[in-house]
Write a protein that binds this ligand. Structure first.
Ligand code: F0G
Length: 471
């Protein structure tokens, strides 16, 4: 399908929300006050917010109308039944457990099946998934496919390495592995999709060894779009049919519906496993709510039922994925190296490659995302050693992330292509003085998920290369 231009938005604007660019002086004060952590800045101080595509979606007129249909009954609400029916139809599983967001689904599932020392393989864990596995004493292990580290723009770089997965299962023993997870699309590996062939191969391995196979499917519709576009044999199938095929290969799924649920809040678990359903719902009554609302209002479930239908629309997905691609092309034209091809929900800039004078332990990704704020009021997020750096317990040595990326996630149905052109101008300006950018150090951090709350300070020590390049 060759086109000469981006498709135009397949919707028109009915309500607008004002945004404002603060002055450079105000932005400098704001980031300093936030201890150089972009999670700590007030949203009002941001002009274009690309921190996340999660919960930031613009709702449709149908969703706003659905809000009024919310049945707020504590038990057996009509809104739950509608939510359940829609999810059963798309995800093809018997039990549907609403949760207020994805990480609760993770917590409930892992609390029910994980014992300390258990391993959980994944193509790549997202940070909350990793955090929740660790919190239950489990060991998260990632098996991204070899192509995921490749510089070439190959399709389906989100795949899991099935050979390494099988070797690992043989080595550790299936009884030590209560679940294999497939994250679609693979957020931490650049939002890259997973092919149906890879899902099928993984499903077969799991069946052979008697291990549960679950999806972390926050962006399942975007993944299905890539399968339709890029995998042989799927061009004539609908997104819904492809999604159905994917879910038929799994035993269940955990979903943060704040992404492809096209809503501002919500999540769920789906499974055919009655025993797991029982355990999860017992625990959920204690910590999240009755199983027919799970921390959501009835109106939230109405909105999600509509959102999950809307996200399957081909024209919507076609515009969405093409907009991300356009954004990536513009950032590349500005000179910045990006992860290619662009994935489903974000452009990932390779700050490690761009800011070679800043070593990983001075967080080039953090430095670049701070620059985007200072230069253009843009908020992005570091996905590198701030988020994934760890300390080797035996040697005490710092282990850096494999890549130092900055993620610019596009909220759904929110920004237009002229916002993207503005972002590209900011990128061009930053790139022209990249050698002047300095690194950062962490001055304060919590035990888990440090990137949300840690404090930074500009690191004064410039490396030799930087001094040299600066002359
Ligand atoms: N799984 C994936 C793949 C995710 O991307 C996220 C959230 C979660 C699980 C957790 O879901 O936020 O609803 O509790 N990702 C957001 C992001 C936060 O910015 O990528 P949640």
């Amino acid at each position: 399908m060759k086109r000469n231009r981006q498709p135009a938005e397949p919707y028109r604007i009915k309500s607008v929300e004002q945004i404002k660019l603060l002055s450079r002086h105000e932005r400098e004060a704001a980031i300093k006050r936030a201890k150089y952590n972009l999670f700590q800045i007030d949203a009002e101080e941001i002009y274009i917010d690309l921190l996340t595509d999660s919960g930031t979606t613009a709702m449709s007129n149908r969703q706003w109308a659905a809000l009024m249909l919310g049945d707020e009954s504590y038990a057996g609400a009509r809104s739950f039944r509608r939510f359940e029916a829609t999810i059963r139809d798309i995800f093809r599983k018997k039990f549907v457990v609403p949760c207020h967001q994805g990480r609760v689904a993770e917590n409930l599932v892992f609390s029910s099946i994980l014992k300390p020392g258990h391993f959980v393989p994944n193509n790549t864990h997202f940070d909350t998934t990793r955090g929740n596995v660790l919190h239950k004493g489990g060991v998260p292990v990632d098996f991204p496919c070899a192509d995921s580290a490749s510089e070439e723009a190959k399709p389906f770089k989100g795949n899991i390495d099935t050979e390494r997965l099988e070797e690992f299962i043989k080595d550790k023993g299936a009884e030590q592995i209560p679940m294999v997870i497939m994250t679609i699309t693979n957020n931490s590996a650049g939002g890259q999709p997973v092919s149906m062939a890879n899902i099928k191969a993984t499903s077969e391995i799991c069946k052979r060894y008697g291990i549960r196979f679950y999806f972390d499917c926050a962006r399942f519709a975007e993944n299905a779009y890539f399968i339709k576009r890029d995998e042989a044999g799927f061009a004539n199938k609908s997104i819904k049919e492809i999604a159905g095929e994917m879910f038929d290969l799994s035993d269940g799924a955990m979903m943060s519906a704040k992404k492809d649920g096209l809503s501002n809040m919500g999540g769920f678990i789906v499974t055919d496993d009655e025993e797991l359903y029982r355990k999860v719902t017992e625990l959920m009554i204690l910590i999240e709510g009755f199983p027919t609302y799970g921390g959501l209002a009835g109106r939230d479930m109405e909105v999600l039922a509509v959102g999950l239908e809307e996200v399957l629309d081909f024209d919507y997905l076609d515009f969405r994925i093409e907009q991300v691609e356009y954004f990536g092309r513009k950032i590349k034209e500005a000179g910045m190296p990006i992860v290619e091809p662009t994935g489903g929900h974000a452009v990932f800039i390779d700050a490690g490659k761009m800011l070679t004078h800043i070593p990983a332990d001075q967080f080039p990704g953090q430095a670049l995302s701070i620059e985007f704020y200072l230069e253009g009021g843009i908020r992005s997020v570091e996905i590198g050693s701030v988020m994934f750096g760890t300390i080797d317990e035996k040697t005490g040595k710092v282990i850096n992330a494999p890549r130092e990326l900055v993620r610019m996630a596009l909220p759904r149905r929110v920004y237009t292509n002229s916002h993207i052109d503005y972002l590209a101008e900011v990128a061009t300006s930053i790139f022209s003085r990249k050698n002047e950018i300095t690194g950062y150090k962490i001055t304060k951090q919590p035990e888990f998920l440090r990137h949300f709350t840690c404090h930074f300070e500009q690191s004064v020590t410039k490396t030799k290369t930087a001094e040299h390049e600066l002359g």
